[in-house]
Design a protein around this ligand. Structure first.
Ligand code: FAD
Length: 292
């Protein structure tokens, strides 16, 4: 199933992202966790792509297993920046053969050792290059792109970031998913500007439940997200008590999602961090709202 069928409907949708194992030995435990999340029967799930390294094949393996076992529509992530045309073409063909119709087209982060390199010989410079390639494929993929309510860290300003985003959508993105954010007003402001720039495709809001104190620093480093005072107070108060922090983090994420739904953001994607208990708790908190 193409995700546009879900994302363009009026129905509220709460979906989950999982990530593949980083080592071969972690495969079984990651698969077990992702299967437990799939058993919750979300409207769709995504599997991230670890650029480079030897485990990138696991993205597709996890996605295939979930689809086969639970018939949950899958979104396979794919990055391009440190890849060759040949590698990407092989990956696209593997996705097609796996019967996965939805691809998240990403540039990927530029590896630190290449940040100052001469880029003229690179096969890919931006996600738009991959979007165009997927669009030209006979497989008729439903294509997603990433967007940044708080501006991509490499962008000079939001205006420029949104201008490139509009070009990426024009090239073939059927929907966008946001970077995590912890203050919904940042999303509402971004949506206003994106719509003003002519971006009309569905925008899926990415929510990261922070369930332990060490995640806070990692989330800021990874995404540059602004942490509102209200959230930081909660970490100050409960950060040293794992059970209390988990409960508070789940409640904060639930609160954010309810506010989004109430303000007509109908599609929310939860960065589950492969934690089935967290995914299940958020779903349970929203059971009547989601009509389950
Ligand atoms: P782009 O759309 O190419 O944008 C990157 C930067 O380049 C932006 O500043 C943009 O404004 C600018 N830009 C775009 N086009 C042009 C142009 N034509 N000329 C000049 N500048 C331009 N990473 C992974 O490795 N694996 C994953 O699975 C993964 N999943 C993600 C999912 C989501 C929802 C998000 C938000 C991010 C994800 N990432 C993932 C991280 C992502 O790869 C990085 O944020 C990366 O730095 C940018 O990727 P992008 O696809 O947004 O790039």
């Amino acid at each position: 199933m193409k995700l546009t069928e879900i994302l363009n409907s009026e129905k509220l949708s709460l979906s989950f992202e999982v990530f593949p194992p980083k080592t071969d030995s972690a495969f079984a435990s990651v698969e077990n966790a992702t299967m437990q999340i799939a058993a919750l029967k979300p409207p769709f799930m995504s599997v991230t792509y670890g650029a480079g390294g030897g485990t990138s094949q696991y993205t597709l393996e996890i996605a295939k297993h979930i689809k086969q076992a639970y018939d949950v529509p899958m979104l396979a992530h794919l990055t391009c920046v440190s890849s060759t045309k040949q590698t990407v073409a092989a990956q696209i063909e593997a996705i097609r053969q796996a019967g996965i119709q939805n691809v998240m087209a990403l540039r990927g982060d530029i590896p630190a050792h290449l940040s100052g390199a001469n880029r003229s010989g690179w096969d890919y410079h931006h996600a738009i290059d991959l979007v165009r390639e997927l669009k030209a494929s006979p497989a008729d993929f439903c294509i997603g792109g990433a967007c940044y309510p708080e501006v991509h860290p490499e962008s000079v300003n939001q205006k420029e970031d949104i201008r490139y985003l509009a070009e990426k959508v024009e090239a073939g993105c059927d929907f966008l998913t946001t970077q995590m954010f912890f203050d919904n007003n940042l999303l509402y402001n971004f949506l206003y500007k994106a719509r003003e720039a002519g971006i009309t495709v569905p925008v899926v809001a990415g929510i990261m439940p922070i369930t332990n104190a060490s995640q806070v620093e990692r989330a800021i480093k990874l995404s540059g997200s602004h942490m509102p005072r209200r959230f930081l107070s909660l970490v100050d108060r409960f950060g040293n008590d794992p059970a209390a922090m988990k409960q508070a983090g789940i409640a904060y994420a639930t609160d954010q999602i309810i506010d989004l739904f109430a303000n007509n953001v109908t599609n929310v994607h939860v960065y589950s961090m492969n934690k089935p208990d967290v995914a299940a708790a958020i779903m349970a908190n929203l059971s009547d709202i989601l009509g389950k």
